[in-house]
Design a protein around this ligand. Structure first.
Ligand code: 3H9
Length: 690
């Protein structure tokens, strides 16, 4: 039973019960209709109290139903019947009330919430608009501007904020009890939202919301459609508004963007230890972090945020002092942004020890090495860790590219070693690549997954190769960008094309932020193993020779006069003309779609190889890596989901055309050929699962 009822005095308590978060599926909607039908036969009823079992009121419509045709009864009809019911309904919001859950509450005459719960209409984050009256009822209740803020961004409010803006009528530790004792006069006087006057038009609020959507949700349809619907409340009748809302919801629900966003929503939640991983992770209390640079400090702060004790190790006192400054910077920024208060800052600092003596970490169950990217440095750190830490401590490296098998081979028990690859800033970015080396034990992997859970990160299992999943795709992306640049475009044209595709910034601007020297050092490391027959694009090396390392030197692919906004640099554009001339290449003028196609297909082809080699376990994991670590537009569902939208046979066809230009660089991945032969999508492709 997904809806249960209990008569208590003159109240009927209706409980939504569909663990874990009371998603509203067909059975629950039918359950509510049955309750509504049965109300006529109840005598002496003064109120119906709607609440949720467990930790949620209701998390909204069951999004798993969105791929199929809608089935009766529909939520808007349930909501309308609750609103029209002779006996007043009271929402006792015991936990999150999101989407359809919030819409059920808006159908009630009175709303009481427990402290700390969040209430909102996050539908646009799933690529749809509220579809059960939210866009029409909320503006009538709280006004156009506030409703827009919630609906167009999808951002929920807390109970306290909800009370302040009039979205709820009261806060109580036990909302059901308060609803029971509420004076019946109060309830009878409470108006139905559909009877409230239409909100006053507010052109400025609408224009502001559109401008914000264009900036923060560029490329996405749902926020703009939601704004149109809210705008309608001051011009159209409730009935017309509701039917337009329903139409829009149904139209978006099966669209590409909604499918992509649902895919990422469920993929994120499915990112859990694989079934074959049976080992249990021992409880973690203290973690050692080696290296207090930007990455190490960020990792340390992420661990402190999650309540762990941290020993941050450095080579000498001077480095310890620098590490302390780096951590303090993050603490201060968090204080400034209101993410923590003074007591929270002090608590975090009290759990942090900094030292240049590895013995200080003798009680740590896990070490995460984030030292300089050099095999020699890493190996000596691991030797020191092995000597100082307990014999069963797990030893992780945060290396981006280095061979973890080689790092592990210096440790007497290499089964303790794995990669835990964080993304900068480590306390913010949600992705964690868990890299499994040849000897890595299942216990070590279980510790990686447990840590991801503690840190609320999205774990993705990767195998050892140069760059693992994410950086390997990134490297191919940059190579494709440099090739397009050398053969005809400018960095700014390339960046514009990728921003138009949906990235927050293009590859060149992004590289200016991180610094060109890192990739340069990496290319030098790869010199020994690079296929001499593969075309090599020398432009990035020339940039480094010229001292153009990015923002930190005031110039990279762009110039940053005064350290501020970026300016196109004709000298950089000329570099490509020069190099192309030396190489005897006649440059071509690529259009924006051509640039985008080359860069995206290059990534897809590389990712397909990664699948083939078993470096990634499945296409979904690559989607998570690209979205949560590399800024691939979430509303395109991640790289492989997008590839499936394009169609694998079509991709192969285009790659074959590019392969005529350069058969080595554009060699079509075996995974793609296998998919075509078997008539399956990348999502259906199963490589080896271990
Ligand atoms: C909507 O309401 C449309 C209406 O306006 C119109 C209709 C006509 N559906 O996140 P968690 C599952 S659109 C199906 O790990 P938490 C989730 O997959 C909806 N399943 O927990 C997971 O499953 P599993 C608008 C859902 O405590 C489990 O519940 N609503 C849904 O970290 C636990 O989830 C939203 O956009 C759903 N709607 O966070 C809210 N929600 O155990 C979406 C959750 O198999 N949900 N599941 O892995 C959330 O934001 C978070 O889940 C929530 C709980 C904050 C509620």
């Amino acid at each position: 039973m997904t809806v249960t009822t209990k008569r208590v005095g003159t109240a009927l308590i209706v409980t939504l019960d569909n663990a874990p978060v009371n998603a509203i599926g067909q059975a629950m909607r039918q359950g509510l209709i049955d309750v509504l039908t049965g109300i006529g036969s109840e005598t002496g009823l003064t109120r119906v109290i709607l609440t949720g079992a467990g930790r949620a009121f209701a998390a909204g419509a069951d999004a798993r139903e969105f791929d199929a045709d809608p089935i009766e009864p529909h939520l808007p009809d349930v909501v309308a019947q609750i609103e029209a019911c002779e006996v007043p309904w009271v929402a006792a919001i015991n936990g999150v009330a999101l989407g359809g859950g919030c819409e059920l509450a808006l159908a009630c005459r009175y709303r009481i919430a427990a402290p700390g719960v969040s209430i909102g209409l996050p539908e646009v984050t799933l690529g749809v608009v509220p579809g059960a009256g939210g866009t029409q009822r909320l503006p009538r209740l709280i006004g156009l501007r506030r409703a827009l803020e919630m609906i167009a961004t999808g951002k929920p409010v807390t109970a306290q904020q909800a009370e302040a803006i009039g979205l709820i009528d009261g806060i109580a530790d036990d909302p059901v009890a308060m609803a029971q004792y509420l004076d019946i006069g109060t309830l009878e006087l409470a108006e139905r939202i559909c009877d409230l006057p239409a909100p006053a038009p507010n052109e400025q609020a609408i224009a502001d919301a559109r401008a914000l959507a264009a900036k923060k949700s560029a490329g996405q349809i749902a926020p703009l459609r939601a704004i149109d619907l809210v705008e309608l409340t001051s011009a159209a009748s409730m009935t017309d508004g509701l039917s337009r809302e329903r139409e829009t919801f149904l139209d978006l629900r099966t669209g590409d963007q909604a499918r992509a966003l649902r895919h990422i929503f469920f993929a994120e939640r499915a990112a859990k230890p694989p079934n074959w991983l049976q080992a249990q992770a021992p409880a973690l209390d203290q973690v050692a972090v080696v290296g207090g640079g930007t990455m190490g400090a960020g990792i340390a702060y992420a661990l402190l945020n999650a309540g762990l004790r941290v020993v941050l190790l450095e080579v000498d006192q001077e480095a310890v002092d620098r590490a302390r400054i780096n951590v303090n910077k993050i603490v201060d920024a968090s204080l400034k942004r209101g993410l923590i208060d003074q007591a929270g800052a002090e608590d975090r600092q009290s759990r942090l020890t900094l030292s240049d003596d590895f013995q200080a970490a003798s009680g740590a169950g896990l070490a995460i090495e984030a030292a300089f990217e050099s095999m020699e440095v890493k190996r000596s750190v691991f030797t020191a860790l092995e000597q100082a830490l307990p014999r069963d401590a797990i030893l992780a490296t945060n290396t981006s590219y280095l061979d973890i098998n080689e790092i592990a081979s210096g440790v007497s028990d290499p089964s303790r070693v794995l990669g835990l690859h964080f993304f900068a800033p480590a306390h913010i970015m949600k992705l964690l690549e868990i890299v499994r080396a040849q000897a890595t034990s299942e216990t070590a992997l279980a510790v990686g997954y447990a840590l991801a859970k503690t840190l609320r990160k999205v774990p993705v299992l990767a195998g050892v190769c140069d760059g693992f999943i994410g950086n390997r795709i990134l490297q191919r992306y940059r190579e494709a960008a440099d090739t397009v640049f050398m053969d005809g475009s400018t960095p700014w044209e390339v960046d514009e094309a990728m921003v138009a595709f949906g990235y927050a910034m293009g590859p060149y601007e992004a590289q200016d932020l991180s610094g060109l020297d890192i990739a340069h050092a990496n290319r030098r490391r790869q010199d020994a193993t690079r296929d001499p027959n593969r075309r090599y694009i020398p432009i990035a090396d020339r940039m480094v020779e010229l001292g153009k390392l990015g923002r930190k030197t005031g110039a990279g692919w762009y110039r940053y006069p005064g350290g501020n906004g970026k300016v196109d640099d004709p000298i950089v554009a000329d570099l490509a003309v020069e190099e192309a001339h030396f190489a005897g290449i006649s440059r071509v003028d690529y259009s924006e779609p051509e640039i985008e196609e080359r860069l995206v297909l290059a990534m897809i082809n590389e990712a397909a190889d990664i699948l083939h080699e078993g470096i990634a376990q499945n296409a979904r994991d690559i989607d998570l890596v690209t979205v949560f670590g590399y800024g691939f537009p979430r509303w395109r569902g991640g790289l492989m989901h997008y590839a499936d939208q394009l169609g694998v046979p079509q991709i192969v066809q285009r790659l074959e055309v590019f392969a005529q230009e350069d058969p080595l660089v554009w060699r079509v991945s075996q995974t793609l050929l296998d998919c075509v032969e078997q008539g399956i999508s990348l999502a259906q492709y199963r490589g080896s699962d271990r």
